[in-house]
Design a binder for this molecule. Structure first.
Ligand code: NAD
Length: 444
């Protein structure tokens, strides 16, 4: 049993802490957000993540997991401290490291014994060395420590499974002994462990996220071409994905990427390149293509509905992806703002994101369920691919709508089925072949 402190119990830190506790370690989760810590102490998870509530309860009951706002308490017996604070985008796209700096300073002041500082936050290349400098300069007395980079690759919505069964663990440090100790913590996960230097580990995270974002923008570019040429991007992606050199993941055309990672990480990598005089032309294209997706959806709604003033549009989904309550850079909220800007009336339904969305966008009227959402709507927009939307009674939806228009930002439905059900249906990259788009008569 090792004693681990986790600084920042957000989406990454909380899952990391809870999973390490579940692996038999003693974990203290620390956050400066008193409300969050209060909720965790009452056994209420502050975020929605499948399976997390049960795991928190189990490990608290076993005495392996506790929460605090005090660095002194968190570090009193810790051998490892994981930093998992946010690294949002700054004004020019660079990663804003104010939380990392604050965490490093607090660790320096509170540590009482030798410590391995493990950085899980996604941070610009060179940050590990910078963190070491901060700790060294802020320590009241010199206590040995090492910094190890251990970037996190989990996905919200499947975070526990991703943490427990990672494709790989990446570690970076010049201190081989410290890195070996962190590697031992991860051995129960039985995943390949890649050990390298600090900067390379930090870069692996950015390069991985940028590559995944590139796949999404690539398939969206293909979708645009499919749309013009009468091919179906869903089948194109399936046909491509069987090739192991390509792989089937991240090939869903539609509204593009959002959330708290890809947008800021691609921007931050482009910033790092530009700062060193390199022109990150591929990364810029990835961002440009992605930026077009949301207005493109609004354009599809406008094409079918005409002037949007006074028209009621229902959004199926608010969160940036399914199985999470995270609304950070959610495409749905952007689309909502654009539609509202054109005078539409907005309604929405989301299985878990509605309460938080009310605070961000009070103009959106929330519906009890998808059928209430559809009642009287002039158009529906699928903005988040929640599983429950795949199983809707579409005939019933069609019946209660004022106009049978459905714009599918996630390509959930089959155009031919939608046509049979009487919908005017538009997906992304669904070239409709010789039959034309659902809801349109094609001249013989
Ligand atoms: P988050 O905003 O959900 O959580 C960050 C937490 O840190 C918050 O609870 C905040 O109160 C706390 N915090 C801020 N400053 C602090 C301080 N000085 N001391 C203690 N706590 C402090 O962020 P997140 O989504 O968990 O992301 C954390 C990092 O992990 C980011 O760098 C992100 O890029 C990276 N990451 C995120 C994901 C993801 O899916 N969310 C996946 C992989 C990597």
């Amino acid at each position: 049993m090792k004693t681990i402190a986790v600084v920042g119990v957000g989406y990454v830190g909380l899952v990391t802490g809870v999973c390490f506790a579940d692996l038999g370690n003693r974990v203290v989760g620390l956050d400066i957000d008193e409300e969050k810590i209060g909720r965790l102490r009452r056994g209420e998870p502050p975020i929605y993540e499948p399976g997390l509530a049960e795991m928190i309860a189990r490990n608290r009951a076993a005495g392996r997991l506790s929460f605090t706002t005090s660095y002194a308490e968190a570090l009193a017996e810790a051998e490892f401290v994981f930093i998992a604070v946010g690294t949002p985008a700054g004004v020019d796209g660079e990663a804003d490291l104010k939380h990392v700096r604050a965490a490093a300073e607090s660790i320096a002041r509170a540590m009482v014994a030798p410590l391995i500082v493990v950085n899980k936050s996604t941070v610009p290349v060179g940050t590990g060395d910078w963190v070491a400098d901060i700790i060294r300069s802020k320590q009241p007395r010199a206590i040995p420590f090492s910094v190890v980079s251990c970037p996190e690759f989990l996905r919200e919505g499947s975070a526990i499974a991703d943490f427990m069964h990672p494709a790989r663990t990446v570690l970076g440090s010049l201190d081989l002994e410290a890195m070996a100790k962190v590697a031992r913590l991860h051995l129960p996960l039985r995943a390949p462990i890649i050990t390298t230097d600090l900067r390379t580990a930090e870069m692996i995270k950015y390069a991985s996220n940028a590559f995944l974002a590139t796949k999404i923008s690539f398939i969206n570019e293909i979708a645009n071409i499919c749309e013009e040429l009468g091919a179906d991007v869903k089948e194109v992606a399936a046909g491509m994905g069987y090739d192991p050199r390509i792989g089937s993941h991240m090939l869903e055309a539609g509204l593009g990427y959002g959330g708290s990672c890809f947008p800021k990480d691609v921007k931050a990598l482009a910033f790092m390149a530009a700062q060193k005089g390199r022109h990150p032309q591929l990364l810029r294209a990835v961002m440009d293509i992605n930026a077009d997706r949301r207005p493109m959806l609004v354009e599809k709604v406008r094409e079918l509905l005409g002037d949007l003033r006074g028209k009621t549009v229902g959004l199926l989904g608010l969160t940036f992806k399914e199985n999470t309550d995270d609304l950070r850079d959610a495409p749905a909220l952007d689309v909502a703002r654009m539609l509202l800007g054109e005078g539409a009336k907005l309604k929405a339904y989301d299985p878990v994101g509605m309460r938080a969305a009310e605070a961000l966008a009070p103009e959106i009227e929330m519906a009890e369920d998808p059928y209430e959402l559809a009642a009287g709507a002039d158009a529906l927009v699928v903005s988040t691919p929640w599983n429950e939307f795949k199983q809707l009674d579409l005939a019933r939806i069609r019946e209660v709508m004022r106009r049978p228009i459905l714009v599918d930002g996630r390509n959930l439905y089959d155009p031919a089925t939608m046509k049979r059900l009487g919908f005017v249906y538009r997906g992304f990259g669904r070239g409709y072949g010789p039959d034309g788009a659902p809801g349109e008569e094609v001249a013989a």
